[in-house]
Design a protein around this ligand. Sequence first.
Ligand code: Z5A
Length: 210
Amino acid sequence: MKQNKFIVVEGLEGSGKTTACKIIKKILYLNNIKNVITVRQPGSTFISEKIRAIIKNDYKKEKLNKFSELFLIYSARFQLMENIIKPALIKGKWIISDRHNLSSIAYQGGGRGINISLIKILNTLINKISKPNLTVFLDVKPKIGLKRALLRSNFDRIEKQSKKFFFKVMKYYFKFLSSEKNKIIINANKNIKIVKKNIKSQLQNWIKNN
Ligand code: Z5A
C-alpha cells in the first residue's frame, strides 16, 4: 500500500473539515506518507478558484440559478480532477480533498432539491477519472457548525440559507453515506482535542488495513 490514495473530507460548514485535512496530513506524515496534496472544492486550480468566487459571492444584481450552481460546481470539479488529482495520483501522490461529490448530493440534491439522478450521472463521470478510497465524514449539528463558521467570518451566499436547508443537507448526507463502503464517521460536535484523537485512531486503523 502507501501508494496513491484519494481521501475525501465531508461535512457541514464549521464541522471542522479544513482543520481535519491538516490533522489527516500530519497523521499520514507520521506514517511515513509524505507525498500528500491537499485540495479544496470548489477550487484548487486557476479556473476552479474563479468558479469558487462566483459560488460563494452573494451578487445583489443577479440570483444564481440552482442548475447554474450545480454545473459551475461540476465544471470546477472536472478541472480539478483532470488537471491536478489524476496526474498526482498517477505520480503516486496522496490526495486529501476538502469536499467532493457527496457535497453536491447533499447541498444541490438535498438543499436545492435537484433531481438526484442528474447528480448521479455527473458523479459517474467524475468517478471514471478517479474514485475516493476513503470518505471522512464530520458529523456536526447545523446549529453548532454554523455558529463556528460565523465566529470565523461573515456568512457567504450558501451559509445564509435557512435552518431547513441545512437539515435537508444533513438528511441527504446520511442517506447517501450509507452506500459509501469506505468511510469514517467522526462526532464533530465534540471539542477539537477529542475530534483529533478520534480521527487519529480511526485513520491509523484504516491505514493499517489498506
Ligand atoms: N458546495 C456545494 O454546495 N456543493 C458542492 O458540491 C461543493 C461545495 C463541493 C464551500 O465553502 C461552499 O461550497 C460550501 C458548500 C458549497 N458552502 N457553504 N457555505 P467553504 O469551503 O468556504 O466552506 P465550507 O466547506 O463549508 O467549510 P468552512 O465553513 O470553512 O468550515 P470547515 O472547513 O468545515 O471548518 P474549519 O474551517 O476547520 O473550522 C471552522 C472554525 O471552527 C475554525 O475556527 C476552527 O478552529 C473551529 N473548529 C473546528 N473544529 C472544531 C471543534 N471540534 N470544536 C470547536 N471549534 C472547532
